[in-house]
Design a protein around this ligand. Structure first.
Ligand code: COA
Length: 377
């Protein structure tokens, strides 16, 4: 068989530049993260989730008027079509939450299909506003036996989400903490789910299909599912000493410690310090520093033994728990934020599209001679 000239391979596409993007710079020399040029630290400090979503999607910071209009647009798009609610009522109560999210995005595509005249941001804005709503509607129906009113009067997106999740208004501080977490999760260049979205978009498929693919990719424990596994790990231990011994045993058995390591960052994840401060503050408020210290001990052991550092998922898991978010909703919260990045990448892919179709390194048998069925052993 002829060799393909200069065919290069990289396991898991590590280190491969798979396309141009002007949305996010992740992990340059100083391990930084910029959305459209703005450092994540400044966005977490000064911006709201809505402002960040506008920046990532439209490419520049909104003016005061644009931002207040955008808040109104997002507020108006919170409800779901009645037919979608009827479908949600048929989904079994033991379904996986990420599966419910995937199904509902797919179903929404039937009721609110892409229509060019509505403008290029129409579906993106709709999904940023309501992608969490079907899950919360379905969950409330099964846990409380009631049909959730999806139109809250909360001005902020994070306050709105917390109200739907908790069933009551959250404090301003908790709303702000979720807001910051949503900012941190909103975008991260060519991660597995975003690349999946771009790959689907590159075939000129529709918006909803691409987002369904993104949800599927994100649900795995090596990607978005890591935050749920991280909290299970932290809560397994009763003391710092137990955590130290438990993690050492896991490392001996070559088990992965979820919430540690990263494909792009090599020494630190710039988002981790921000969410760690929030987790610490929430732990103090809850009078539960012991759990926070157990998490810190796991961090210490991972640095010492493996030179690995916590990624965003590790302390987010703790923060989400203190905010009262059920564990099975941790990865769905990631979706509620990352829908921003996915949408921006989908739109960017469409603007300068080239079908994504790499090569494989063939490892199968050489050309074989056909054997009729009676002559096979
Ligand atoms: N726990 C224990 N060991 C880990 C580890 C972790 N979380 N992450 C990496 N390692 C080890 C690997 O086992 C491997 O060891 P080896 O060289 O002895 O085989 C080495 O570090 C290199 O890891 P590798 O899997 O090649 O890195 P990657 O770039 O392919 O993977 C991740 C990156 C994120 C998939 C990986 O760090 C991981 O699985 N982390 C846990 C899941 C997670 O938190 N995901 C969220 C990512 S934001």
């Amino acid at each position: 068989m002829a060799e393909v000239a200069e065919k290069k391979k990289s396991g898991g596409l590590a280190g491969v530049i798979a396309g141009d993007s002007s949305i996010c710079l992740c992990g340059s020399e100083e391990e930084s993260l910029l959305y459209r040029g703005y450092p994540i630290e400044d966005l977490a400090r000064f911006a709201s989730f809505e402002e960040t979503a506008w920046l990532i999607l439209r490419g520049s910071l909104p003016t005061e008027k644009e931002l207040s209009d955008y808040r109104v647009v997002l507020k108006e798009k919170r409800d779901l079509p009645v037919n979608l609610k009827a479908i949600l009522e048929q989904i079994p109560k033991d379904a996986g939450m990420m599966d419910v999210m995937r199904t509902s995005v797919s179903a929404l595509g039937h009721f609110e299909p892409e229509i060019e005249e509505k403008g290029r941001f129409d579906i993106a804005d709709k999904l940023v506003s309501c992608i969490g709503a079907p899950l919360l509607y379905w969950h409330t129906l099964h846990t409380k036996g009631k049909r959730l009113d999806l139109v809250t009067q909360e001005k902020n997106h994070s306050g709105h989400l917390l109200q739907l999740i908790l069933g009551h208004e959250a404090s301003e501080e908790h709303q702000r903490f979720l807001d910051i977490a949503l900012i941190l999760y909103a975008e991260h260049e060519f991660n597995a789910s975003t690349f999946t979205v771009r790959t689907i978009a590159s075939t000129l498929s529709d918006f909803y299909s691409a987002i369904c693919g993104g949800i599927g990719a994100l649900s795995g424990p090596l990607h978005g599912g890591a935050n749920e596994k991280a909290i299970e790990l932290i809560l397994k231990f009763q003391s710092q000493q137990e955590a130290e011994q438990g993690v050492l045993r896991m490392l001996e058995r070559k088990e992965l410690i979820m919430g540690f390591g990263h494909r792009v960052y090599t020494t630190r994840d710039p988002r981790s310090d921000i969410i760690k401060d929030i987790a610490r503050k929430l732990a103090e408020d809850a009078g539960d520093l012991e759990t926070f210290e157990i998490a810190e001990r796991i961090e210490e052991v991972m640095r010492r033994e493996k030179k690995l550092f916590p990624n965003l998922d590790f302390y987010s898991a703790l923060a989400f728990r203190y905010l009262g978010i059920p564990t099975a909703m941790f990865t769905p919260i990631f979706v509620m934020s990352r829908i921003v990045g996915w949408s921006a990448h989908l739109l960017e892919q469409r603007q300068n599209n080239k079908l994504i179709r790499p090569l494989s390194n063939y490892t199968g048998p050489k050309r074989e001679t056909w054997k009729p069925i009676g002559k096979r052993s």
